[in-house]
Design a protein around this ligand. Structure first.
Ligand code: FES
Ligand SMILES: [Fe+2]
Length: 384
């Protein structure tokens, strides 16, 4: 399947660009500032996150048996390791003797055993307790029950989805209902991980995601980076279950009228994106896909973000490699970090200062409200 599932909506988008009027909400709206500053709210969001599949990596990072990585952006250390049987498993990365963090390295390969730095209990790569030094000092120890604590990990679309607390968590298919076919197509066309970086942010996790839910800011904030590539103030968005799908027209979109649509690379004319509930964003660029993931931090005004750039296949020539390096320079450095995420930190300062009680949303910012409503509904359903 080709990742051009939005072909049907392009006619509407072209009409919007021609008429100069895009999709709009019904009325002015607002979001309480406390959604970004309240510690109780953050605690409730983290509790919700525990029961949802969250993206924690890419299959290529742990491709072979014995490959492992440690993921700590959720505030707990998780060990993800591919077993001898080829199955990927995730464990709480803590020793079952007295709880020391087991694996200290961020990643590695060809692992046979993981040995605790405290007293050298060691575990095999399937998480079973394999040896205890001076076993005679632990009479009647039931070694079988002392394996590492496992959590749910699903491997789909080349991505790793971790569920911290599987009780009541939806199966991945159900969770991605409505966008599964599209993710299959996107993953099928973008199998290789070219870039992967994690950084800390002094802003609530929702603020950077909000930047991907409106095109109002593009001509202003991004005027020195990608602003010139896009049509001002126009976007077409749709809710798919809890997720939100958007199309932002590129400046070239009117050329599509003359082009043979069936041959065109549609992402030269339009930028589709998904906000994957609750904390990830997929942005489809002309030759690559950004997967951005935001993890709540210790305080409401802190988060961690990860950017993976997926490309069709690893470059065969230096020229191809330079092309993707340039993509990263413009996207990750100039646009996301220096603009979208920078402005999120500026906003957080204003919100923490009590400068405004409510964020005001204009008619083209209505999808931010939809995103926040979805989170609020999920929090209500989840209960305290
Ligand atoms: S805490 Fe790990 S061996 Fe003692
Ligand atoms: Fe932006």
């Amino acid at each position: 399947m080709k990742a051009d599932f939005y072909r049907d909506q392009l006619t509407d988008l072209v009409s919007m660009v021609e008429s100069g009027s895009g999709q709009q909400g019904d009325a002015l709206a607002s979001i309480p500032a406390s959604e970004f500053t309240c510690p109780e709210r953050l605690a409730a969001e983290k509790a919700l996150f525990r029961r949802l599949p969250l993206i924690v990596g890419h299959s290529s990072q742990v491709a072979e048996p014995g490959d492992y990585m440690v993921h700590e952006d959720l505030g707990t250390s998780y060990l993800i390791v591919r077993g001898r049987d080829g199955t990927l498993r995730a464990f709480l990365n803590y020793c079952q003797h007295r709880g020391t963090r087991l694996v200290q390295k961020a990643s590695g390969s060809s692992a046979q055993r993981f040995t605790c730095p405290y007293h050298a209990w060691s575990y095999d790569i399937q998480g079973r307790l394999a040896s205890v030094p001076r076993e005679d000092l632990f009479p009647c120890l039931d070694q079988e029950s002392k394996g590492l604590k496992q959590v749910r990990l699903d491997e789909r679309f080349g991505l790793l989805w971790l569920v911290q607390d599987p009780d009541g968590a939806p199966p991945l298919n159900e969770y991605l209902d409505g966008i599964e076919a599209e993710l299959t197509a996107i993953a099928g066309e973008n199998k290789a991980l070219w870039f992967n970086r994690t950084r800390n942010l002094k802003a609530n996790w929702k603020l950077p995601l909000n930047a991907f839910l409106e095109s109002y800011h593009i001509a202003v904030l991004h005027r020195h980076s990608v602003g010139r590539f896009f049509v001002r103030h126009i976007a077409l968005s749709e809710q798919r279950g809890q997720h939100i799908w958007s199309l932002v027209p590129r400046s070239s979109i009117l050329e599509l009228k003359d082009a043979n649509w069936s041959d065109a690379n549609l992402q030269d004319y339009v930028t589709p994106s998904y906000i994957l509930f609750p904390n990830a964003c997929f942005v489809l660029h002309p030759t690559s896909v950004s997967v951005l993931t935001l993890y709540p931090g210790e305080r409401p005004g802190e988060s961690t973000w990860n950017h993976m750039l997926l490309i069709p296949e690893m470059p065969q020539t230096d020229e191809e490699a330079r092309h993707y390096d340039k993509t990263i320079e413009v996207l990750d450095g100039m646009t996301y970090e220096a603009e979208d995420f920078w402005v999120s930190e500026q906003m957080q300062q204003g919100l923490d200062a009590g400068a405004i009680d409510n964020l005001t949303l204009g008619l083209t910012e209505h999808m931010i409200l939809a995103f926040h409503d979805t989170i609020n509904r999920a929090l209500e359903t989840a209960g305290p």
